[in-house]
Design a protein around this ligand. Structure first.
Ligand SMILES: NC(=O)c1ccc[n+]([C@@H]2O[C@H](COP(=O)([O-])OP(=O)(O)OC[C@H]3O[C@@H](n4cnc5c(N)ncnc54)[C@H](O)[C@@H]3O)[C@@H](O)[C@H]2O)c1
Length: 447
């Protein structure tokens, strides 16, 4: 079988070499404008909940495998994709030789594993946000992506990125609507307070492989409360516990900081400092404010970037502008004013009552950023074509690294200086230990 496959690959490679305008997908299938079948063979890992919202966008492709630790959810997915092979263990699923690409909608604590293992097997991947929970995880994803980006398309699941407002905000900032950029803020007001991990309560149903659900994280006793949420919102039942998520940093923070990240062409921060409520070793903070120094680039100087959550907020530039009315928002402060935005709207507030915007060189209609593609389709097309996506693991990986570093600064309780090239904190040796998560024996991130 393996021999047949490699013979087929060899044949396909020579077809490509002869200039047939075709590319070979990891499964050995031909793709490209001239291919007879131009479909991807996709494995859907974490097949219900958030995955349900991907069903329509991947329906145009061959869904060849579905994987879920919960057999009931697997059956729900099988009803939609009856031809797909069923898997319980994502490690076995990823070894299925018929796969080209993976859509992963599992809980956060498995994301970096599945993302990295998929890339290690030359599989394209769409990975739900947050793609990583720790600095180490985000750096491993970035490093593997750098090695494979000439042949793989990656997309982090921050689909709001395709809203036109993301481009409009970026244009305002880059074109100087608020002068020179000085500081950016993103915030989220969601509050999910929990005292600690749920107590042991009964045993897992036979239809749930609880040990695999825990996966690489340290073991915690079963409680049905972790599974009691509505589809696509069940993440709000586990993502605040340190071993399963990063709270609002990785939840809405992944979307809201993206509104800032998209506008600032940022590299890794050089420092991080954070404050919030008292540290709870079991639950991530509700109240948190993390501020980073982000180095200058070729169009702006060094800037500050602040993430606020759970009631902590940037100060409003005007008493009568109540920023708390924006549940998930962003604010950009420049030398000549502010831009305040949510996901789908923005306002510009120039300094001074006689500000005439004379300094602002607004771009023409022709120069506006073109409308973004449908976010999931962008990735599907990229897998078959130019591999270009708007939220690849370099762009989103660096943002995830910064956000994870904010939680390290919160735990350390001190300002941390960060060397992004080395991935090391330079002024606090102990805090370096917090850049990694602890995994259960037998689990490796780089499998
Ligand atoms: N992009 C968005 O707007 C958005 C919205 C909601 C959720 N999400 C993300 O989607 C992910 C899933 O959220 P959810 O609310 O659907 O969670 P969930 O708890 O419902 O889990 C999703 C599915 O994954 C399955 N699963 C759990 N562990 C698994 C494993 N190890 N292997 C295979 N399958 C596994 C579950 O049984 C379930 O069917 C989260 O990371 C969340 O951040 C993103």
């Amino acid at each position: 079988m393996e021999k047949q496959r490699s013979t087929r690959r060899t044949f396909l490679k020579s077809a490509v070499a002869t200039g047939a305008g075709l590319i070979i997908l990891p499964s050995g299938t031909l793709s490209g404008a001239n291919a007879t079948s131009n479909k991807l063979n996709i494995a859907l890992i974490g097949s219900h909940g958030r995955a349900f919202q991907h069903y329509d966008s991947i329906d145009s492709e061959n869904i060849v495998a579905i994987c879920d630790v919960n057999e009931k959810n697997l059956d729900l997915a099988a009803a939609r994709f009856p031809k797909a092979k069923k898997y319980i263990d994502w490690r076995k699923c990823l070894d299925d030789k018929g796969i080209d690409a993976v859509v992963c909608c599992t809980p956060d604590h498995t994301h970096a594993f599945i993302g990295n293992w998929a890339m290690n097997r030359d599989l394209h991947i769409y990975l739900e946000k947050p793609i990583a929970m720790s600095v180490e995880e985000s750096r491993v994803l970035q490093a593997t992506y750098q090695k494979k980006k000439h042949k793989l398309a990656t997309q982090a699941g921050t689909q709001r990125h395709a809203y036109p407002n993301f481009s409009r905000v970026r244009e305002l900032i880059k074109d100087g609507a608020i002068g020179e950029l000085r500081h950016c803020y993103a915030w989220g007001r969601r509050q999910l307070r929990k005292p600690g991990y749920l107590p042991a309560a009964g045993s897992p149903p036979k239809t749930l492989d609880y040990d695999l659900w825990i996966g690489p994280s340290p073991m915690h006793p079963y409680n049905p409360g972790y599974f009691a949420g509505k589809p696509a919102a069940n993440c709000l039942n586990w993502n605040m516990y340190w071993d399963f998520g990063t709270g609002q940093v990785g939840d809405m923070g992944a979307h809201t900081m993206d509104l800032v990240w998209n506008a600032i062409d940022a590299d890794l921060p050089t420092s991080a400092v954070a404050k919030g409520e008292a540290f709870n070793p079991e639950v991530t903070p509700v109240e948190l404010e993390a501020t980073f120094k982000v180095p200058a680039n070729d169009w702006r100087g060094e800037i500050g970037v602040t993430w606020c959550q759970g009631g902590m907020m940037p100060r409003s530039p005007k008493k009568h502008i109540d920023l708390t009315q924006i549940g998930h928002g962003a604010m950009f402060k420049g030398t000549k004013g502010y831009v305040i935005a949510d996901f789908q709207s923005r306002v510009v507030l120039p300094f001074g009552d006689d500000a005439d915007f004379g300094y602002y060189d607004r771009r023409s209609k022709e120069e506006m950023t073109p409308k973004a593609k449908h976010f999931q389709k962008e990735w599907i097309d990229a897998c078959k074509g130019d591999l270009k996506t708007s939220c690849n693991f370099d762009y989103n990986g660096k943002m995830a690294e910064m956000m994870a570093l904010g939680l390290v600064a919160y735990k350390a309780g001190k300002k941390l200086n960060y060397d992004g090239a080395k991935g090391q904190i330079t002024n606090n040796a102990k805090a370096n230990e917090l850049l990694k998560r602890k995994y259960r024996k037998g689990w490796t991130l780089n499998g």
